[in-house]
Design a protein around this ligand. Structure first.
Ligand code: CP
Ligand code: NVA
Length: 307
């Protein structure tokens, strides 16, 4: 049995694979918008394992599988044996004999990596403490849809060096664009986790306004990610200057876009005038989770369809 292809970190897909997935995202989205059925996954099942909360990820994977003709089963660690200490390796062996593809949202990256090593079917990372690759797949598609290729462009990441940030860092390396990162002291990028190619694809800025200067896309995320709630007060104080506001958007390129993976906190990491303003594409970005992940599932299960 050939080893399945997984999507555990952004760099698990090479540039040519990403270009294929983006082309399929466009076709799948357009076909869906014309109400034309596309159901290549009849009788295929996705198991979705959630150890953290979700709105977009659950909905986009579940609706996406249904639209592709398959089914999706929601499992939470609270009400399955996974929450009672069954070894991840055993769970992977059993679950992957009963379904065709697995999506996992959990805390440690090591958990999805171990699951994948013992899985007979593709495994998708639906967010860990360290990575959120599906989000960046949708974000990049959204950029391409609005502005064309991201190659050579500059993306400004303002705020916490969290899971979403590390997936952006990997994307910059794979797709050859620059990431300007500005974080408060003590919440910065860990170089060893940022990518294999050193700092060629990213630059660190003490001043968030300088990170945003000239950027083609400005993006941010919550100051306190899931699992870090005990630090929320300290983070609110430390991150106060790292709000994406109108001044920051004025410093960016004139046609810069604003993105946020959502859920957002207006008045914290982003000003209402920005997220609800003309440069914001957050609703397209959220919708594109659906289309991009359908293309990802198609690629992992069926290979290079249509090319
Ligand atoms: N952006 C994102 O992953 O949202 P959810 O936490 O709602 O899935
Ligand atoms: N960084 C956030 C993203 C939520 C979609 C978190 O991990 O909570």
């Amino acid at each position: 049995m050939a080893a399945p292809k997984h999507f555990l970190q952004f760099r698990d897909l090479a540039r040519d694979e990403l270009e294929h997935v983006f082309a399929r995202t466009r076709w799948i989205k357009e076909t869906f918008k014309r109400y034309e059925p596309y159901r290549p996954l009849v009788d295929r099942t996705m198991v979705m394992i959630f150890e953290k909360q979700s709105t977009r990820t659950r909905l986009s994977f579940e609706a996406g599988m249904q639209q592709l003709g398959g089914a999706a089963i929601f499992m939470s660690t609270r009400d399955s044996q996974l929450g009672r200490g069954e070894p991840v390796e055993d769970a992977a062996k059993v679950i992957s004999r009963m379904c065709d593809i697995v999506m996992i949202r959990t805390f440690e990256q090591d958990t999805v990596e171990r699951f994948a090593r013992h899985s007979r079917v593709p495994v998708i990372n639906g967010l860990t403490d360290e990575h959120h690759p599906c989000q960046i797949l949708a974000d990049l598609y959204t950029y391409i849809e609005h502005r064309g290729s991201i190659r050579g462009r500059t993306v400004a990441w303002i705020g916490d060096a969290n899971n979403v940030c590390y997936s952006w860092l990997q994307a910059a390396e794979v797709l050859d664009f620059r990431l300007h990162v500005s974080t408060p002291p003590g919440y910065g990028v860990v170089a060893a986790r940022a990518g294999s190619g050193g700092t060629a694809h990213y630059a660190l800025f003490a001043d968030p306004l300088e990170a945003a200067r000239g950027a083609h896309l400005v993006t941010t995320d919550v100051w306190t990610s899931m699992g870090f709630e005990a630090e929320a007060d300290a983070r609110r104080a430390a991150f106060a200057r790292w709000q994406v506001d109108e001044a920051m958007m004025r410093a960016a390129a004139p046609d810069a876009l604003f993105m946020h993976c959502l859920p957002a906190h207006r008045g914290e990491e982003v000003a209402a005038a920005v997220i609800d303003g003309p440069q914001s594409v957050v609703w397209d970005e959220a919708e594109n989770r659906l289309h991009a992940q359908k293309a990802l599932i198609e690629y992992l299960l069926l290979g290079r369809v249509g090319s």
